[in-house]
Design a protein around this ligand. Structure first.
Ligand SMILES: Nc1ncnc2c1ncn2[C@@H]1O[C@H](COP(=O)(O)OP(=O)(O)O)[C@@H](O)[C@H]1O
Ligand SMILES: [Mg+2]
Length: 227
């Protein structure tokens, strides 16, 4: 479970300061799915970075299962990330010189598994997103939708409890968008993930059981009883 209390993030650019997050209080239960919307520059990606321990808040606490991520040492934070938190980004972020299989395996390197287990788990993850036959392909040899599937396999191969997705369909055309949303939805259900997703897609937002809107670093959350 996540508990955020009074989270602020202030960026400094020269003499200018930007309050990207301005006092966020938020609780997210295990297995919940939270959709985040809001205008560009509102603080959505910054919030995801705080949830993922990719960056630290300026003040406040970001507690995951009782551990305040803001207070962890860099090495402990890296460990929490590599074991518990999967990320999917708009831009896929695959390594262009590695095959799909190798890209997925990179997520397992910090877990120090035996080579054979690493191979098998990566292959199984690719199969679960429907890409078993493409495991030897380089990212450039795959469509956008397929590349995002590889990224999803890479995020989930470590069996995290949390999946964070920052506009995962933002770079995809409409047909692929639905396909990727379906994969994410299936993964959320099958793996009992806590799933937090930023999206501009209002159709997805309408259906979301819990919808957060972030504007100027402030959050409002709406429960959708009809979904
Ligand atoms: N690394 C950074 N350095 C300085 N300012 C940043 C940085 N990251 C984000 N910001 C600023 O913080 C605000 C929120 O950004 P962001 O979280 O990326 O918004 P969103 O994802 O909702 O578009 C914006 O004003 C943005 O310019
Ligand atoms: Mg963003």
């Amino acid at each position: 479970m996540y508990e955020l209390r009074g989270v602020t993030k202030r960026y400094k650019r020269g003499k200018e300061t930007v309050d990207a997050l301005d006092g966020i209080d938020l609780t997210i239960g295990d297995g919940d799915r939270l959709v985040i919307q809001g205008p560009t520059g509102g603080g959505k990606s910054t919030l995801l970075q705080m949830l993922g321990g990719l960056d630290r808040p300026t003040s406040g606490s970001v507690t995951l299962d009782g551990t305040d991520l803001a207070k962890l040492s860099e090495s402990k934070l890296t460990r929490v990330r590599s074991e518990n938190i999967g990320f999917v980004f708009q831009s896929f972020n695959l390594i262009p010189t590695l095959t799909a299989q190798e890209n997925v395996e990179t997520a397992l390197v910090p877990l120090k598994l035996k080579v054979r287990e690493r191979r098998e788990r990566a292959a199984a993850a690719l199969e679960s997103v429907g890409l078993a036959e493409r495991s030897g392909h380089l990212p450039a040899e795959l469509s956008g939708g397929q590349q995002q599937r590889v990224a999803i396999a890479r995020a989930l191969v470590k069996r995290p409890k949390v999946l964070l997705a920052d506009e995962p369909t933002g770079n995809l055309d409409e047909s692929m968008r639905d396909e990727i949303m379906e994969v994410l939805e299936t993964m959320w259900k099958e793996h009992g993930l806590t799933f937090i997703m930023v999206t501009h897609d209002s159709a997805i937002a309408r259906k979301a059981p819990r919808l957060a809107t972030i504007r100027k670093g402030r959050i409002t959350v709406k429960e959708n009883v009809s979904s």
